[in-house]
Design a protein around this ligand. Structure first.
Ligand code: 13P
Length: 257
């Protein structure tokens, strides 16, 4: 059975104090609403800014199914790369997950599928689960090219992994036109792309692996629309931006299963 996940991507928001207050509220939520007892038994991940990670991870200790993640990592193991953070450092802080290939990294920092493949590789080598993001921009969708774009992102970024490695990866489909715009993909659009992604995984690996791959939806997902998105058979949860910054909203999304 594939794992259901509700993940919050804080992006470059919240001071340390604000972040800790949010993570403590989420931890409290998870204590009063044990995640493994909730409908769908979702795992919850908070992808925080690097500087918050140690303290936030500390605040999740001992809470079942509540984890943290980094929003990025560098492609090298260590060395003279001023300002960068390695997968090994992330792992050493007790962090279990890392986002790879968020569209903002692709668009603003020029990260290509080839660079992202290296990030996936180094994350796995350091026992961190990559959450690999894919998704088309509006022009690509309007041109009817969205399936090809996503296919290429997956082929170059992920589909060179062994079966064993691929089993540790979570895929997040985030149509760029839906991110931070208030325009959510319709449940039909999300289901269509998720089913397509699963079919690609089946073709590349096999049916069993495809059935066990977690595929999340991201892009203006909120407490109001989460349940109709999550109700789709191939949507296994969400990667939430803006609505993950308020404990009440994020809690409502977690309960949307
Ligand atoms: P929003 O939920 O703010 O649209 O952001 C989605 C996202 O980019 C999560 O990674």
């Amino acid at each position: 059975m594939r794992k259901k996940i509700v993940a919050g991507n804080w992006k470059m928001n919240l001071t340390l104090e604000e972040g800790l207050s949010l993570s403590k509220a989420i931890a409290e939520f998870a204590k009063t609403n044990p995640l493994d007892k909730l409908n769908g038994s979702p795992k919850v991940i908070m992808f925080t800014p690097f500087i918050h990670l140690v303290s936030v991870t500390e605040s999740t200790k001992g809470i079942n199914q509540l984890e943290t993640g980094a929003q990025n990592c560098y492609i090298e193991e260590k060395g003279a790369f001023t300002g960068e953070i390695s997968a090994k450092m992330i792992q050493s802080a007790g962090v279990k997950n890392v986002l790879v290939g968020h569209s903002e990294r692709r668009a603003y920092f020029g990260e290509t599928n080839e660079v992202l493949a290296k990030k996936v590789e180094i994350a796995l080598a350091n026992n961190i689960n990559p959450m690999y993001c894919c998704g088309e921009v509006l022009d690509e969708r309007n041109a009817g090219n969205h399936f090809n774009v996503v296919k290429e992102q997956l082929e170059k970024g992920l589909f060179w992994l062994s079966e064993e490695e691929f089993a540790k990866v979570v895929i997040a489909y985030e149509p760029v036109w839906a991110i931070g715009t208030g325009v959510t993909a319709s449940p039909e659009q999300a289901q269509e792309m998720h089913a397509y992604i699963r079919s690609l995984v089946k073709d590349k690996y096999n049916e069993n692996i495809a059935e066990n791959t977690t595929i999340l939806y991201g892009g203006s997902c909120n407490a109001k629309n989460a349940s109709e998105l999550f109700a789709n058979p191939d949507v296994d949860g969400g990667l939430i931006g803006g609505a993950s910054l308020k404990a009440e909203d994020f809690g409502a999304i977690i309960q949307a299963y």
